[in-house]
Design a protein around this ligand. Structure first.
Ligand SMILES: Nc1ncnc2c1ncn2[C@@H]1O[C@H](COP(=O)(O)OP(=O)(O)OP(=O)(O)O)[C@@H](O)[C@H]1O
Length: 356
């Protein structure tokens, strides 16, 4: 297992790249802890696969270095990086048994047969595959085959990291839930450094200790699920994490008061703001209260989604989503009240700290 250092990495697919926009991956400079479970989360085209391929060695970054436990592996080929990979689609040997599929990476490295047997049995148990150890992979379902791929990814005890590229894509929804929880447990038991690419926030939030949110070729935030929810560093994080996402409204700020379309919204403090920046307020639908005497709002629609209601409203000309607990009535002539401590101020999309 290894600590992974991404040392001022940038990547452009076009060798003549110059402007920031030419880079599929803009500068990444981070250190990922040994034994951490990281999810790379973001929409299609944001650079997740590019970053994963740089870690695996499929791509050499245009700039910067990658280090495993302090040693530079930038110029090492994938097979020399001592990593395991699990892809979107199962990679299994159909003619082999489930047991032999798992034993393969170990036998390939001349691991003594007694150790192979011990390790394979351990992983078969961990992944609930023990019951089908003697079956040939041919004829198994796509779910079962992908489970074998996952198990094979875990079988070597000496890898620097395990990289997962959208591994649950072919899995049916119920099984997805089961495997996600299993992977989390396997991470705790094994202590491997794991990097998991997905565009599904539920997958990322269940699996990872730290979620790396990517947007437009940049890492916009690395944080625990709670940090991403409570303090999104960028409006994209607020919008992408949560359902519905954070409300973002253009505003003008004077001292500790924000004006949104003529309405005064109190803040918890006065933010430091550079002149000429585009200012927005971000507030999650869960931290807005509907009550009499609040700021005027017009309710357009109420969606009942089981344990909660989502109120779609318009406030000062802006769309606003509000989450109301299922058993709470929506008062007639309701107004809105924003919890000042839950309002984030964003300048050119990045969160600004409040003055103490
Ligand atoms: N081989 C390539 N040559 C040129 N451009 C590429 C290549 N691979 C990716 N890109 C571009 O680089 C950017 C990042 O792509 P990347 O595949 O890393 O994103 P992603 O977040 O993994 O997306 P997805 O979830 O769709 O796989 C995109 O604009 C993509 O079009």
């Amino acid at each position: 297992m290894a600590r992974i250092t991404l040392d001022h990495i940038r990547h452009a697919y076009n060798a003549r790249a110059q402007a920031a926009g030419d880079y599929a991956l803009k500068e990444v400079h981070h250190e990922w802890e040994d034994g951490g479970a990281y999810a790379l989360l973001g929409p299609s085209g944001c650079g997740k696969t590019t970053l994963l391929n740089i870690i695996s060695g499929l791509i050499r970054p245009s700039e910067g270095r990658i280090l495993f436990d302090g040693s530079d592996v930038t110029d090492l080929a994938t097979e020399d990086r001592n990593i395991a990979q699990v892809f979107q689609f199962p990679v299994v040997y159909d003619t082999m048994t489930v047991y032999d599929n798992l034993a393969f990476p170990l036998r390939n490295r001349q691991v003594p047969e007694a150790t192979v047997d011990q390790r394979v049995r351990e992983i078969l148990e961990m992944t609930d595959l023990a019951g089908m150890a003697k079956r040939r992979a041919r004829g198994l379902t796509a779910d079962q085959k992908q489970k074998i791929s996952l198990a094979r990814g875990l079988v070597r005890g000496d890898v620097n990291a395990i990289l997962f590229d959208e591994p649950l894509t072919v899995i049916d929804p119920h099984m997805k839930w089961v495997l996600r929880s299993q992977l989390k447990r396997l991470h705790r038991q094994s202590g491997f450094t794991m990097v998991y690419v997905t565009h599904d926030q539920t997958e990322a939030l269940t699996f990872a200790d730290k979620v790396v949110v990517m947007y437009d070729g940049q890492i916009v935030q690395i944080g625990t699920p709670a940090e991403l929810f409570e303090r999104p560093s960028h409006t994209f994080v607020g919008y992408f994490i949560g359902s519905p996402g954070m409300n973002v409204m253009p505003a003008e700020i004077t001292g500790a008061t924000a004006m949104v379309g003529g309405m005064a919204v109190p803040l918890s403090g006065a933010p430091h703001l550079a002149a000429q920046s585009r200012i927005e307020l971000g507030i999650r639908p869960e931290f807005i209260k509907l009550e009499r005497g609040g700021l005027p709002v017009s309710i357009e629609k109420v969606e009942d989604i089981g344990r909660q209601k989502i109120v779609r409203a318009r406030f000062a000309g802006q769309k606003l989503a509000i989450v109301v607990p299922e058993d709470e009535a929506i008062p007639a002539e309701a107004g809105v009240r924003f919890d000042p401590s839950a309002i984030g101020v964003y300048a050119d999309s990045w969160r600004v700290e409040m003055e103490a």
